[in-house]
Design a protein around this ligand. Structure first.
Ligand code: FAD
Length: 506
């Protein structure tokens, strides 16, 4: 890969830093690339980020980790999708499920596409997404998505986990792969004449030098943004939230294998089931509500008004850097940007950034040969994910606060999203529009259809007509029987988690 032995310093030991360390060590460790992760003993990790998308499983597979190695240690549970509650006021659409698409859905999803498409054209068909997906059935029945060996279809799922514990686990795993670890707080970054990072100075009076640096210092972005001056492009005009308040609550013995996202007055609340607790957070906009009122509203939502449980409060900024790789530095994680956590996409972005960086470096070394192409690709991903999240807000139908009204009227949405919404409202095939814009590379057509259908973006009930017999070609009872039949193959979530604890103990 590289013509001579190279050294890489990863600055920051949050989840992003440890994902980068494990991937780089897996791909380059045997080639003698020297990888050191440096972490401040005084600056903590962000400590939230407990939900994932299915690619996390791919990451764990690539670095050689089995579920029995890590899940019990990290209080992890399975995740088959997200229920969005109270985002829409349209009758029949007060909640919907965004599934991780799995193979059994191949038989039922055509019915959803068909019904949804014709409902947009004014035919009175059931166009709500839920009952067309196996993972909805699993979430509803609290079953784990792990298929028995004789089940002929592949399942697709993610996880919930304690992010601090996952970081510790990944640190140990990286150590086994030869990643060195050092505790130090970097307080100065010295550049060479070409503007590359030459070396780092620490509070402890030492210097740290490498050929290449990974900035995983979280929102402070000590290297890429602060030292190299790479600009941050804010997305605050389309994503209003900038704050969160977080509480743990008692766990459920048989947790649902899904995240629940409930819209509140000034944002939304996540409920993430872990084996040892629920993680709960209210993500809101400080421009519309002050922190104390947001905390009070959230306490009321959780039934914690009288509890003396202390809340954690966080501020964050949304957007991305203009270049993720600049000079001899790559930013991963919060240092490269953050699109708010509504679809739990941040770790997926970390993984994608590191994997694509490794690909680019394998082709061109640590030179700038493939850098622009890489940067454009990662920025494109950020923007496409941003638009999917923005769409959640833009199509909300709540009118209870200015926050929701302003979101619903926001004219600053991108041209790409505007074109997609127009295609939906005009009754066009949005799969074509997604392909035309290459948006299905980020969120698949099913996800877009679920989002728009799940929030009830359809003609109103009085505009619907019965339609011909042909329009009713999909028998929902039959689909329901099929999915329930598939679900018989899966065991209760708590039993699967208990089996993991037993094999971890052994
Ligand atoms: C409210 C909220 C909810 C979220 N929910 C999700 C979710 O559900 N799913 C998801 O995928 N993501 C989520 N995220 C994002 C997720 O938390 C982060 O992407 C993830 O934790 C990675 O963070 P990080 O490693 O980039 O930064 P951090 O965790 O902040 O780690 C920074 C590291 O850098 C070190 N450091 C900083 N400065 C220095 C220095 N000068 N010298 C030495 N070391 C230094 C620190 O010691 C620390 O180790 C959420 C984020 C927020 C704000």
């Amino acid at each position: 890969m590289f013509s001579d032995k190279k050294s890489i310093v990863i600055l920051g030991g949050g989840t992003a830093g440890w994902i980068a360390a494990n991937l780089m060590a897996t791909h380059w460790g045997k080639e003698g690339v020297d990888i050191t992760l440096v972490e401040s003993p005084n600056i903590g990790i962000i400590g939230v980020g407990e939900g994932s998308t299915p690619p996390l499983k791919v990451f764990l597979d690539v670095i050689g980790v089995e579920e029995s190695d890590w899940m019990a240690r990290c209080d992890a549970t399975y995740k088959v999708g997200i229920t969005f509650r109270n985002w829409s006021t349209k009758p029949g659409f007060s909640e919907y499920f965004h599934p991780f698409l799995s193979q059994p859905d191949e038989f039922s999803v055509p019915g959803f596409f068909h019904n949804s498409f014709l409902r947009r054209k004014g035919v009175d068909l059931d166009g709500h997404p839920n009952r067309f997906f196996i993972t909805w059935e699993l979430a509803r029945q609290r079953l784990a998505p792990v298929a028995p060996p004789n089940f002929p279809f592949e399942m697709n799922y993610g996880y919930h986990f304690n992010s601090g514990l996952l970081g510790q686990f990944l640190q140990e795993w990286a150590g086994k792969k030869g990643v060195k670890y050092r505790q130090a707080t970097v307080n100065d970054v010295v550049l060479d004449e070409q503007g590359n990072i030459d070396y780092l100075k620490t509070e402890e009076g030492e210097t740290i030098k490498a050929d290449f640096y990974v900035d995983s210092t979280g929102f402070r972005s000590q290297l890429l943004q602060q030292a190299l001056g790479v600009p941050f492009e804010s997305a605050a005009d389309v994503l209003f939230n900038d704050s969160a308040v977080v509480f743990p609550t008692e766990p459920d013995e048989n947790p649902e294998p899904q995240t629940v996202s409930t819209a509140l007055k000034y944002g939304w609340a996540w409920k993430i089931p872990l084996t040892a607790r629920f993680g709960n957070g209210y993500v809101y906009s400080s421009k519309y509500v002050d922190d104390d009122d947001a905390e009070l509203e959230f306490r009321q939502h959780l039934g914690l008004e009288d509890s003396d449980l202390e809340a954690r409060r966080l501020r964050f900024k949304v957007g991305r850097v203009s270049e993720h790789w600049h000079k001899n530095c790559l930013a991963v994680g919060l240092s490269q940007g953050f699109i708010e956590p509504l679809e739990a996409t941040a770790l997926d972005m970390v993984q994608e950034t590191v994997v694509r960086f490794i690909e680019a470096a394998n082709k061109g070394g640590l030179t700038d040969q493939y850098r622009d192409e890489f940067n454009a690709r990662i920025s494109r991903r950020f923007d496409a994910v941003r638009d999917y999240i923005v769409c959640h807000y833009r199509i909300n139908s709540r009118t209870d606060t200015d926050y929701w009204i302003d979101n619903g009227r926001n004219e600053k949405i991108s041209t790409s999203l505007r074109q997609l919404l127009t295609a939906w409202i005009q009754g066009l095939n949005i799969t074509d529009e997604l392909e035309r814009q290459n948006l299905d590379a980020y969120f698949p057509a099913v996800s877009w259809n679920c989002l728009l259908a799940g929030k009830g973006i359809y003609p109103t009930q009085d505009q619907l007509r019965p339609g011909s017999e042909l329009a009713h070609e999909y028998d929902l009872e039959k689909i329901s029987r099929y999915l329930k039949g598939c679900a018989l193959n899966f065991r209760p979530h708590h039993e699967q988690l208990a089996a993991l604890r037993t094999s971890a103990a052994a």
